[in-house]
Ligand binder design. Structure first.
Ligand SMILES: Cc1ncc(COP(=O)(O)O)c(C=O)c1O
Length: 409
């Protein structure tokens, strides 16, 4: 979305109908916030942006220059880079997954992977199991297919409730797939404990439905050694979705899928219909970058620095908001999930917070059903210590305004 975007709906009167789902669809919370968060002077904890100050820009510039100088086909249409697929296959070892480059399909960010997989696995009106809060990008992908959605509780500490999945299956629900993040779920940051992961995968195997594992934040763990990806327990029933967006840079738009052969076979045709191929220059530049800059070193820097910024946010929250809200310390990922008393309205708080110069995402936009209005999501990586401290201070002032308004009513 560009800064020059105008609201085109007011420019021309509607002269022809759009499809039924498009007519019903609304701008996503993320789209709305992209516009708002660019306001000068506003401190934004709203979007899940990686730390721009840690992007390896100099090294990446050298990699781009190198691939362009070496071969003009860096600007050509091209099938996915074999080198990149081999690199990703090796990287998957860090998530406990053993695979080779034939198991890897390169996508334009993991968002495209979610889009392709939804089309591949879900018929219109089909059944789907999701966590009660869901990454909005998944929601926008499945909406046109109007699935029947079965939601399962999820928690900021332990992620999806595996017992609740089992209970649904006992009731006879047979989903086209189950979508979840086992590690640092967006928005709550929950992490499924290591000993429940295999049980969850076996539920998929025994009831014969695939688990789509979105591991966008799986490499960003802070507390212990990373817990194994769900894919490490089953090659046949778990489809893994990964991305360089959070461990290198999102503008590269390079993500991937690790999937069983009958899924991999269908993905190229579907992808061709969407964007023909993933930008060759991006793929080659990522390979050139990785050849001379070990990713492990960069990820170690991100883990150390993000963990520090997380702690700064925790201290600021403790100092300013502990009497009104609760939260868990995220052991991975880039989000903090705050819960206020049940009658609190985070949507109303946002209006007051914007007036104070700070933005966040109200939690209600993440709920698939039974919307709860008393929660919100903060993101901490893309802010300096001072900005985090000032932003939380402003948020506390907005909470004070909220209480004063409530008392006046
Ligand atoms: C959980 C999750 N999945 C997927 C994505 C899409 O990321 P990308 O398309 O940049 O790989 C995001 C982006 O924030 C995300 O939070």
């Amino acid at each position: 979305m560009s800064d020059t975007d105008t609201d085109s709906s007011t420019a021309f009167p509607a002269s022809f109908p759009l499809s039924a789902w498009a007519t019903l669809s609304q701008r996503s919370v993320l789209q709305e916030m992209l516009k708002t968060a660019s306001r000068p002077g506003l401190i934004s904890f709203a979007l899940g942006l990686p730390a721009a100050d840690l992007f390896p820009t100099k090294e990446f510039a050298a990699s781009v220059a190198e691939v362009l100088a070496r071969d003009p086909r860096a600007l050509q249409y091209e099938p996915a880079s074999r080198d990149l697929r081999a690199y990703v296959a090796a990287l998957m070892g860090q998530r406990g997954v053993s695979c080779d480059e034939r198991d890897v399909f390169v996508t334009t960010g993991s968002q495209q992977a979610l889009c392709l997989l939804s089309k591949l696995l879900l018929d219109p009106g089909g059944d789907l199991i999701l966590e009660e809060t869901v990454y909005p990008g998944l929601r926008s992908v499945i909406e046109p297919l109007r699935p029947r959605i079965w939601t399962v509780p999820t928690s900021p500490r332990d992620g999806i409730d595996v017992d609740a999945i089992e209970a649904l299956l006992k009731r006879g629900v047979r989903p086209s797939f189950l979508y979840l993040s086992a590690e640092a779920q967006n928005p709550m940051a929950g992490r499924i404990p290591a000993d429940r992961r295999e049980r969850l995968v076996r539920l998929g195997e025994s009831h014969r439905f695939p688990v789509v594992e979105d591991d966008a934040y799986g490499f960003l763990t802070y507390e212990d050694s990373a817990r194994p990806a769900l894919r490490s327990f089953s090659d046949g029933w778990v489809i893994y979705v990964g991305t360089f967006s959070k461990i290198l840079a999102p503008a590269l738009r390079v993500g991937w899928v690790v999937a069983p052969p009958h899924v991999l076979e269908k993905l190229p045709t579907l992808k061709e219909a969407g964007d023909i191929d993933t930008v060759t220059l991006s793929q080659r530049a990522v390979c050139a970058f990785l050849a001379s800059n070990p990713l492990e070193t960069h990820i170690a820097v991100l883990r150390r620095e993000y963990r520090r910024r997380r702690d700064v946010m925790m201290q600021a929250l403790d100092a300013h908001l502990s009497s009104v809200a609760t939260w868990s310390v995220p052991g991975a990922g880039i989000f903090v999930w705050l819960e206020f008393p049940p009658d609190f309205d985070a949507g109303r708080l946002l209006t007051l917070a914007l007036a104070r110069g700070v933005a966040f995402l109200p939690g209600q936009g993440f709920f698939m059903e039974r919307e709860r209005r008393n929660c919100l999501r903060l993101s901490f990586p893309n802010c300096s210590d001072e900005v985090i401290q000032e932003g939380v201070r402003r948020l506390a002032l907005a909470v004070g305004d909220y209480r004063a308004h409530s008392e006046l009513r």
